[in-house]
Design a protein around this ligand. Structure first.
Ligand code: AMP
Length: 216
């Protein structure tokens, strides 16, 4: 059983790195942002409640987020473990999490704000299959069309300069405090996330003592 928390600024590659780790080690990727976007996209009651926060890049209330995380972990579909991505995001959430759960390590992806801004503003998402693109490093073959399913590529509503500035400010003000809470109890590994995807993944596995071959 392997249990990890992945933390880092928006655009630091948390989702990509968590997916690679989960695929290789049969872990379950739990992304709070994905859960919230699913509710927004499927017009659930919860989605209606959180939409304006998610679209504006503002943090959703702690009680609601804690309930979502508790319910998700209570599903116990993670026999080999999980990577929790996008939670905890502030000190209150971190205290809640540390009181209730243990993890093997917290993976901090470190990246400068300038690189985050370039990456996030170039990010596009397929409106059909959800595949991620980046207009700098992973362009579609035909402009604004998904290579796989042909649907339109769109920007996440919160991938704009104003929402990004708010999310980065939140990250520096609140999320970095999360690491201080974790350091009291758990192992925190800091990874330079300004490199290639495969190099970052190899460093994560090395730091966690996992075998370092990248699964294809
Ligand atoms: P993400 O995909 O992790 O960037 O999250 C997208 C949005 O979901 C954030 O901008 C927040 O509005 C909301 N969100 C995700 N995780 C949390 C959290 N732990 N606490 C509060 N809001 C969250």
């Amino acid at each position: 059983m392997r249990k990890y928390v992945m933390t880092g600024a928006q655009g630091s590659g948390k989702g990509t790195q968590a997916t690679l780790l989960c695929t290789a080690f049969e872990l379950v990727h739990i992304s709070v942002g994905d859960i919230l976007r699913w509710h927004v996209g499927n017009h659930t009651k919860l989605g209606a409640h959180v939409r304006r926060y998610v679209d504006a890049g503002q943090l959703v209330g702690d009680d609601l987020i804690e309930e979502i995380v508790r319910d998700r972990l209570d599903e116990h579909d993670w026999n080999h473990g999980f990577v929790l991505d996008g939670f905890p995001r502030n000190q209150v959430q971190a205290e809640f999490f540390c009181e209730t759960y243990d993890v093997d390590a917290v993976i901090e992806l470190r990246i400068s704000d300038d690189i985050v801004t370039d990456r996030v503003l170039a990010r596009r998402l397929c409106s059909g299959c959800g595949l991620d693109y980046n207009l700098i490093s992973h362009r579609p073959q035909v402009d604004d069309r998904c290579d796989v399913c042909g649907s339109d590529l769109v920007r996440r509503p919160d991938d704009n300069a104003e929402a990004l500035a708010r999310r980065l400010a939140d990250f520096h003000d609140r999320t970095e405090a999360v690491l201080d809470v974790f350091r009291r109890k758990e192992r925190v590994v800091t990874i330079d996330a300004e490199r290639d995807v495969d190099e970052i993944q190899a460093s994560i596995r090395d730091a966690l003592g996992l075998e370092s071959t990248i699964a294809t």
